[in-house]
Design a protein around this ligand. Structure first.
Ligand code: ADP
Ligand code: MG
Length: 471
């Protein structure tokens, strides 16, 4: 049998065990290269690939290989030699090479040069504060972080071209994008790295149209080796910018220049020209989601190291529990704490101070939890009308939602059993008591209920149960 056949067999198997997006990202780019006495060699584009496969898909690979080759089957990886044989890598080995910067040659229309001001070097617009070293890794960001690092290690030569990092505001998109640039500038000083926000790019374009120098602008951008474009959601409704960017993108990609972009939503939801959207999907799209509590605490602690103050663990936990949607806010709280502490003198940072400061960030922090909020939150969670909770329906999931609501009202408010019975359609207090006990038992025995309760409590504590009301 030949290697292609065997690998295709494996793929059929793998396809059934992983989701389509992962399949496309991690398995489609693999090429089978040889089969020798039960050892299948597959070629992966990059080391990250192989590491990622080993870490996340080893079981799937093993199973499918066993099915295709029997239990004695073995797998050998090879990293694409063409990619490894990257001229920059050899250049680096030979020592320093002259720094080349786009527009260093007198290029007309360099958009980053202020007319009349002589600049020896084009700024890459990088902020040195953002590095991989100070980017805390967690499940929420490891794909994006590792893909960004792979691009930085081997710009223009990974399968991730373009790499698109998407995620909500304040989750570290700009940080990662800048980290790619800073890393490349250090490792490959001969490469021209440029960070630009989509807004800046649009403004440059608009002014170039005014002065009839759009060609110069585009030519200038084509000299860049690594283009880092922040916030491409700003392309929406900017038809001309999309056109120009489309052409620029094609040229850069044809020349194996690396393009990394960030976006506040997945590309598929981006309302831009179809041809541009499909190009953006050629590489890898990796999302950043909100870090779990532990990761948030690690981030807070790492940021606190740069300040003079010490944050007690319970304060850190309190802050991170409440700031759930935005890392920038975490930093905001920290800066405020530092400021307050400075004003107060040498008083240490305690929960009381943290609560004071947090009030400015999370409007609900001191708001009382009311039965009404609980009922709405639970109804919302179970996709029911609130009235159903007080109705006489005995449908199973309504009963469960009702019991959970009663339990939470008891936990979070000082309503009596009798009063709770009344607000749930005039039930008597023994029914309420029974409900509370049922939920307690379920929490011990049923993981799903336990998880639901955790989620509900989180929502209730934020205040309203309908998403982010902070800031
Ligand atoms: P975005 O561009 O997604 O809106 P930023 O990159 O500006 O977000 O991040 C907001 C702040 O949060 C920055 O100061 C950044 O350093 C910090 N931050 C976000 N994620 C992390 C992380 N994983 N580790 C360390 N700092 C982080
Ligand atoms: Mg940003």
């Amino acid at each position: 049998m030949d290697h292609t056949l065997i690998w295709n067999n494996c793929l059929q198997n793998i396809r059934q065990s992983v989701d389509p997006q992962s399949f496309q990202t991690w398995f489609a780019p693999i090429r089978p290269v040889a089969l020798e006495s039960n050892e299948l060699t597959i070629q992966v584009p990059h080391r990250l690939f192989y590491e990622w496969l080993e870490e996340h898909y080893i079981d799937v690979l093993k199973t499918s290989l066993n099915q295709a080759l029997g239990t004695s089957g073995r797998l050998q990886y090879r990293i694409n030699p063409n990619r490894q044989d990257n001229p920059q890598a050899t250049q680096k080995k030979n020592g320093k090479s002259a720094t080349r910067v786009p527009g260093h040659q007198p290029t007309p229309g360099n958009p980053f040069v202020i007319p009349g001001v002589k600049r020896p070097k084009i700024p890459s617009n990088l902020d040195p504060r953002y590095t991989f070293d100070n980017f805390i890794e967690g499940d929420c960001n490891s794909l994006a972080r590792n893909a960004a690092k792979a691009v930085a290690d081997n710009p223009g030569n990974t399968a991730f071209n373009p790499l698109v990092i998407h995620g909500n505001v304040g989750l570290g998109k700009t940080h990662l994008l800048q980290a790619v640039g800073n890393y490349i500038s250090k490792k490959f000083p001969e490469k021209a790295v440029l960070y630009v926000s989509t807004d800046t790019f649009t403004n440059q374009l608009v002014s170039s149209i005014g002065s009839n120098t759009t060609n110069d602008l585009v030519n200038w951008y084509q000299n860049v080796d690594v283009l880092l474009v922040d916030d491409i959601q700003q392309l929406v409704k900017r038809k001309k910018t999309q056109d120009v960017f489309f052409n620029l993108f094609n040229v850069l990609r044809q020349n194996n220049k690396a393009v990394v972009m960030t976006c506040d939503r997945p590309i598929i939801e981006l309302d831009i020209e179809e041809r541009l959207r499909s190009r953006f999907q050629w590489g890898l799209s990796a999302d950043l989601s909100m870090p779990a509590l532990e990761t948030r605490m690690a981030i807070l602690n790492s940021k606190a190291l740069n300040t003079e103050v010490e944050i007690p663990a319970e304060v850190a936990e309190f802050i991170c529990f409440h700031i759930q949607h935005n890392i920038r806010q975490l930093e905001g709280v920290l800066n405020n704490l530092v400021l307050h502490q400075g004003v107060r003198g040498d008083e240490s940072i305690d929960l009381k101070l943290a609560k004071e400061v947090l009030k400015n960030f999370v409007s609900e922090i001191n708001k009382e939890v009311t039965p009404d909020v609980i009922q709405r939150t639970v109804a919302d969670y179970y996709d029911l009308e609130v009235e159903k909770l007080a109705s006489s329906t005995r449908r199973r999931h309504v009963v469960l939602a009702r019991q959970i609501s009663m339990f939470l009202v008891k936990e979070y408010t000082d309503q009596s059993l009798k009063a709770i019975g009344r607000m749930f359609g005039g039930r008597d207090h023994s029914t309420v008591l029974y409900s509370i006990k049922t939920v307690r038992d379920l929490m011990e025995t049923n993981d799903e209920i336990k998880k639901a309760l955790g989620e509900l409590e989180r929502k209730i504590r934020i205040g309203q149960g309908e998403g982010d009301h902070s800031l």
